[in-house]
Design a protein around this ligand. Structure first.
Ligand SMILES: Nc1ncnc2c1ncn2[C@@H]1O[C@H](COP(=O)(O)OP(=O)(O)OP(=O)(O)O)[C@@H](O)[C@H]1O
Ligand SMILES: [Mg+2]
Ligand SMILES: [Zn+2]
Length: 219
């Protein structure tokens, strides 16, 4: 409609001309943000269409992912377990599909990296800290990748709780990937874990540890 200008020009009955943002702008903004993260250039590779499902367990995961997107009602989604089994791939596919289908903005953060950045700015530059946190609270869908990759400190938990709780209260969707299966995260912080489980409902997916499922080791 906008011929890739992201702006739509229209004229009202009095002949006045107006410009408004095209719906594609929100999706494009999210894509541009993704290009500034660790997933740069992975957007086209990590989709639901490119997710191979030769194995039964992959068929299950893909079916759940598609069902989640089709019936999307704001529920959260958690996928945990075996490293290299396509968790980041499937979640990236999901956020792109949701963004496209429902015109939602998304943001991708790598848990450890973002926590380090936020902790630093919390002390060095309060303004930029506030801005960063606000962005993570406002975005329609937040994908937190590799949750609890290393054991979180008290400072990590405080920051994560603020983000999760605000999103919980405002019914904003979060999607998580982690090497930890869901019940393993309770020990780090019960308040965070219980909010995650409540919001995920049926969309808690576990991939049982099995080195044969590590895609990186397959040639
Ligand atoms: N079913 C699949 N179809 C196509 N590619 C896949 C599939 N599963 C994994 N891959 C590819 O294998 C690589 C590893 O997958 P990914 O990074 O998503 O795994 P992960 O479960 O997130 O691992 P980690 O726990 O180490 O973060 C990626 O390049 C991904 O595209
Ligand atoms: Mg991953
Ligand atoms: Zn457009």
């Amino acid at each position: 409609m906008c011929k890739d200008t992201e702006t739509i020009i229209y004229t009202d009955e009095q002949g006045r001309t107006f410009a408004r943002e095209c719906t594609c702008k929100k999706i494009n903004d999210s894509k541009r943000r993704l290009q500034r993260t660790a997933l740069a250039n992975k957007a086209d590779k990590y989709t639901l269409e490119t997710y191979k499902n030769n194995e039964e367990w992959q068929k299950n995961i893909l079916a759940r992912a598609k069902e989640y997107v089709t019936n999307f009602n704001g529920d959260w989604l958690y996928i945990g377990g075996q490293p290299g089994a396509g968790k980041t791939h499937i979640c990236t596919g999901i956020i792109q599909a949701l963004s496209f289908k429902y015109n939602l903005s998304y943001d991708y953060i790598l848990f450890n990296k973002k926590m380090t950045e936020l902790k630093q700015s919390k002390f060095d530059d309060k303004e930029s800290y506030k801005e960063n946190i606000q962005r993570l609270i406002d975005v329609d869908i937040l994908f937190i990748d590799d949750l609890y990759k290393i054991e979180p400190t008290k400072a990590d938990i405080d920051i994560l709780f603020d983000i999760i709780n605000e999103r919980y209260l405002n019914s904003k969707t979060c999607i998580f990937s982690s090497e930890k299966i869901a019940k393993e995260i309770i020990v780090f912080d019960e308040a965070i874990a219980s909010r995650i489980f409540e919001k995920c409902g049926n969309y808690v997916i576990g991939i049982a540890k099995d080195i044969n499922k590590n895609y990186r080791l397959k040639q």
